[in-house]
Design a protein around this ligand. Sequence first.
Ligand code: CA
Length: 226
Amino acid sequence: MRVLIVEDEAKMAGLIRHGLEREGMAVDVTGNGEDALWKAEAVDYDAILLDLMLPGIDGLEVCRRLREAGVWSPILMLTARDAVRDRVAGLDRGADDYLTKPFSYAELLARLRALVRRGRPERPAELQVGSLRLDPATRQTWRDGKEIELSAKEFALLEIFMRQPGQILSRFQLLEHAWDYEYENRSNIVDSYVRFLREKIDRPFGIESIETVRGAGYRLREDGGQ
Ligand code: CA
């Protein structure tokens, strides 16, 4: 297991490094964001420990740029206690977990192990299918860079489609993921909302991205309808 520690406080970085090395991990350390970006793109780290307060490019920006560059190593952020806004921003930019300083070493290890178990699947903070883009954190949607206003339910439905482009989704699956039990057995509500969605994300652009698959359900074309 190879871990990258990004921490500008040399003493803290050294302590963590020695601890992880005692567990048999290979550990690289850097104290600045630019170097972290370079290292993390060059090596497939099993985990990255990323302090948010760094000189120059800060941890949030490092996180955002790594995900943008297609680096999916699990990221554990280190933040100051009470910095709720930092933690939210970090998670929304693609970090996987956080630990507030001061932390217990046993917890650091447990969180690292849990992250490594999950592997490195792609998990972009923003979803993109063709010219459709959706940001689950800000709840914004764009087609060709033009923002589209969606209701909460329309947004929820589109998010399900965009997480599984090219897949046929049955009315039941869509209902199960976007509606609660109150709407059980009302599959026509799905048809209504698919219609609303088409009116907003497709029709104004002369596109048909959500296909009706007879007898099976609906499918968002993998190319987003280009
Ligand atoms: Ca720091």
